[in-house]
Design a protein around this ligand. Structure first.
Ligand SMILES: Nc1ncnc2c1ncn2[C@@H]1O[C@H](COP(=O)(O)OP(=O)(O)OP(=O)(O)O)[C@@H](O)[C@H]1O
Length: 265
């Protein structure tokens, strides 16, 4: 069980000796085993929201709770995947994944089993002894995701995890994440700039406004996905071709474009 609740969260930062409001009274919930994507203009505070759920950042006012508990620090119930894969370059794939398990105090035999399971889940069997520089970007990101999944956290926090990948690899990763999510559902908060990625992956998409970040609208994708049976299509391009998909994507695009930027006339 793991839900994420941001309750009336505001956050001030200081820049050039002045305070500015980065997040303004943001409230949303990611329910247990729900996949929620957050989209919004650059600098609207998406990463700040995610870092608060991770316990790496704190609200100026309001509260952030995971699994009913106020977040005060990072914890093993939450795993974070960042855009830059953040693997240890001097450790093998196996050792990179083992690192988190060791700090959880998982015994040797169990760790081996769990690592083997997570490598299988991410299609990385046979790469246990490879070093990150011997892997493609897509494979490195799969290791980063395997490393998060192996901890069996209640909550996965993903900040533009596919942002650094080329378009083709990104597509494959999106399909894989959907497959892994079906086999092994988790509560996921997923930040992206890519509207299509959000609609393809998420049960709900939260659209934020330009700074100071507020919630503009929340779009429910799951009812459409279920009613139109998107899951019968294996390939992302077949889903993206559906009228129901295009409709939701366009709706989110409009919400993002509607936002008046006071700096641009
Ligand atoms: N530690 C910090 N100190 C000062 N300002 C910060 C800090 N962290 C974030 N900010 C500012 O807060 C605002 C929101 O940043 P954040 O990274 O959350 O936005 P974002 O929506 O994730 O942006 P992007 O999509 O470009 O990654 C930005 O103006 C950023 O410069």
């Amino acid at each position: 069980m793991g839900d994420i609740v941001l309750d009336s969260v505001s956050r001030n930062f200081r820049r050039d000796g002045k305070d500015f409001l980065a997040l303004d009274n943001v409230s949303f919930t990611v329910r247990d085993k729900e996949f929620v994507a957050v989209v919004g203009p650059s600098g609207c505070g998406k990463t700040t929201c995610l870092r608060m759920a991770a316990g790496l950042e704190f609200p100026s006012s309001g509260s952030v709770r995971v699994n009913g508990k106020e977040v005060r620090a990072p914890g093993p119930d939450r795993a974070v995947v960042f855009q830059q894969f953040a693997l240890f370059p001097w450790k093998t794939v196996h050792e990179n994944i083992l690192f988190g398990l060791r700090s959880l105090g998982v015994g040797r035999n169990e760790a081996h089993e769990r690592i083997a399971g997570s490598l299988k889940l991410m299609g990385l069997e046979g790469y246990e002894s490879a070093y990150p520089h011997q892997l493609s970007g897509g494979m490195q990101q799969r290791v980063a995701i395997a490393r998060a999944y192996v901890l069996e956290p209640d909550v996965l926090l993903m900040d533009e995890p596919f942002g650094a990948l080329d378009a083709q690899t990104r597509t494959v990763m999106q399909e894989e994440l959907l497959r892994v999510g079906r086999a092994n559902p988790r509560t996921v908060m997923f930040i992206t700039h890519a509207v299509e990625e959000a609609v393809y992956l998420a049960d709900r998409v939260i659209v934020m406004t330009r700074r100071p970040g507020r919630i503009k609208e929340t779009i429910d994708v799951k009812p459409t996905r279920d009613a139109e049976r998107w899951q019968q299509y294996e390939r992302i391009e077949d889903v993206m071709d559906l009228e129901s998909f295009v409709h939701l994507r366009t709706r989110i695009w409009r919400l993002l474009r509607e936002q008046h930027d006071p700096d641009i006339h």
